[in-house]
Design a protein around this ligand. Structure first.
Ligand code: FMN
Length: 358
């Protein structure tokens, strides 16, 4: 913050704005009537950018009422809000600023278009580059929540279900920002609703957040991995690099959830084939529980990564965390806030995956 000047947006406000996809833009028309429209927007520094896009409209983008209003009276207000039936989670953020049009062909316009495209994949197809972009230079902000100004729990991503499924991505580097316990519990709670064989819920979770326990886990797993990589004939240099990278992922993740298979409540069969099928069902269900957690984490503004390592050294993980013998560590989910936007993996076309449909 520059001395003597109040910060327009603090970290909480920035995260709230960045995690939301729609704002309400208020302008005033030539008869002093308030005019409100929902808008897509992108935030950078202390500016918000609004596209004039090709969504169906009755007039050309630059003839829109909001554009005519803001040219005549550039002071505008934007509101972003969360409505939840649990009213303790209601919140809104209002920002004020001065609007202007950035014309195509300038560096600022290119930058604004790039920001909007990065946030809304729809703009890869829909032309916006040929139209001006509205820049709102923010001057101040106000916010409200049930619990006052602090907003202890970070904002959820304002996404519909389809966007949650498509938006989730594996994140392997996190900010230091801790994840509140209430949020971790919400993520774990989502696992409870996963399908499971006979409804027996054959999974349990060990949550590791303290640095000392993360270190203990990372060190124990690292040593075991070193041994296994040496068995594969890898060079000492590569072994050291891979071991350190894997240990750093655990140490630097604000929260690690070790997902364990728990078979004690499942059916028992006299023959090995059916017993194996029963265990496979439990593993399938563990995957469903893990996916519930990753999607919920994403919905609540977090990011997650999946590490398979515990599967390759279950005894080591159990020992490092003092877990009872009936727990079989299968996966380690890292949770936190992404340090950078990860590359999105391409998917195979649907045709390739459907082997028969009649
Ligand atoms: C069972 C399983 C094990 C995985 N193990 C690892 C792992 O050990 N390390 C890793 O970086 N990613 C791991 N992943 C994540 C995948 O690499 C990732 O899901 C895949 O590349 C697709 O990318 P996306 O999740 O961003 O869509 C694992 C995923 C699954 C389902």
């Amino acid at each position: 913050m520059i001395e003597g000047r109040r910060e327009v947006l603090d970290e909480v406000a920035r995260r709230f704005l960045s995690s939301h996809r729609v704002a309400r833009l208020a302008t005033v028309d030539d008869r002093d009537r308030p005019h409100l429209v929902p808008v897509c927007f992108a935030l950078e520094d202390d500016s918000i950018y609004l596209p004039l896009d090709d969504k169906p409209k009755r007039v050309a983008p630059t003839r829109l009422r909001r554009v005519r209003n803001l040219i005549a009276r550039p002071e505008v207000t934007l509101l972003v809000d969360d409505y939840r039936e649990d009213w303790t989670r209601l919140r809104w953020l209002m920002v004020h600023g001065r609007a202007s049009l950035i014309e195509p062909g300038t560096g600022d316009h290119d930058r604004a278009v790039a920001l909007l495209r990065a946030k809304y994949p729809q703009y890869e197809q829909m032309p916006i580059a040929g139209q001006p972009v509205v820049r709102v230079a923010l001057s101040d902000s106000r916010r409200w929540s049930w619990s006052g100004d602090a907003w202890p729990e970070p904002a959820t991503r304002d996404l519909d279900f389809d966007a949650v499924i498509r938006g989730r991505r594996s994140v392997r580097a996190f900010l230091e920002t801790p994840v509140p316990r209430s949020l971790v519990e919400r993520v774990l709670d989502a696992a409870r609703w996963a399908p499971s064989p006979h409804g027996r819920m054959p999974w349990r979770f060990a949550v590791v957040t303290t640095l000392s326990l993360k270190e203990r886990l990372a060190n124990a797993m690292g040593e075991e991995w070193e041994r296994q990589l040496a068995m594969d004939g890898q060079s000492t240099e590569i072994i050291a690099r891979r071991k350190l990278r894997s240990q750093d992922r655990i140490r630097e993740a604000p929260c690690c959830v070790v997902v364990c298979l728990y078979l004690e409540d499942l059916d028992r069969y006299p023959d090995p084939a059916r017993q194996l099928a029963e265990e496979t069902m439990a593993i399938q269900s563990l995957g469903a529980a893990a996916q519930n957690m990753l999607l919920t984490a994403y919905q609540y503004g977090l990011d997650g990564g999946w590490m398979c390592a515990p599967l390759f050294c279950p005894d080591t993980v159990r020992g490092a965390l003092d877990l009872e013998p009936a727990l079989k560590p299968h996966a380690l989910l890292t949770l936190g806030y992404a340090a950078k936007n990860p590359i999105r993996r391409e998917r195979l076309p649907l045709d390739t995956l459907i082997v028969r449909y009649e």
